[in-house]
Design a protein around this ligand. Sequence first.
Ligand code: NDP
Length: 288
Amino acid sequence: MSGKLIDGIAIGKEIREEIKARVSDLKAGGCTPGLAVILVGDNQASRTYVTNKEKSSKEVGMKSELIELPVSVSEEELLGHVTRLNNDQSIHGILVQLPLPTHINENHVISAIDPSKDVDGFHPVNVGKMIIGQKTFLSCTPYGIIKLLERTNTEISGKHAVIVGRSNIVGKPMGQLLLQRDATVTYCHSKTKDLAEFTKQADILIVAIGKTKFVSEEHIKKGAVVIDVGMNRDENGKLCGDVDFDKAREKASAITPVPGGVGPMTITMLLKNTLHSAEEAFKKETCT
Ligand code: NDP
């Protein structure tokens, strides 16, 4: 058996076309959705993510503003930029690329973003709303994974979903979104004893740990749907996931590749959240 490929590039493109059409409608009504990205320092990986986000937002017709700040920037100065963007009616989404230098408190910065512009879905207010099932911005990676499952007609209700990894940006919100869709959810993490014991029970296995090819066929139940969030470099510098793709595919009924699985969906959902924010501003007649 060789599992079906879950094609994040194709699904992401499909959703971005839908976004593009809605952006065009908004622009015809005089409202251009705007995304502002703050990049601190010169971390190469962060710069690549930011460049991709900027490029993708322009491709769907959004306005994109990049604020580049030196690594030495003070927390106060950074917060000043956030405040300015909070008050700028042409900006509907604000994203501060993480990680930030250690002298800056990430929680202070995330909490300073107006929750109605927090398109990453990291603000405590939005996290709280997500957990109690209220409409809000959903964290982009887990939201993208939900879309991958929905658009491949993967049944979630009544299924056992096992999440490996419990970070605030991926693992934790992922489990909550699946729980809301009536999955039975198990969380695993670095202190979990006998990981395979749990992962082998998964109908849907989501792996977000940041360890190259850590999960392999012995962790997977035959017929499981496997979602690999990991973005790592192997010994040859090649991008690869947390799952040993070739071996896992033999057992899975469907699986995401790396690259080309979850990654393109994360950016797509960022654009979707920004569009949603602009549509709300348009309804309130505050979109310029
Ligand atoms: P974090 O480092 O914040 O969290 C990693 C999690 O994995 C922790 O909860 C940790 O457990 C757990 N973990 C680590 N080692 C093991 C182990 N041996 N067994 C079980 N659990 C383990 O990572 P992120 O969630 O931010 O990212 C995870 C991966 O996903 C990374 O490769 C990252 O690059 C990628 N990523 C990809 C995105 C995309 O768009 N494709 C978006 C975001 C992330 P504990 O809590 O106990 O320490």
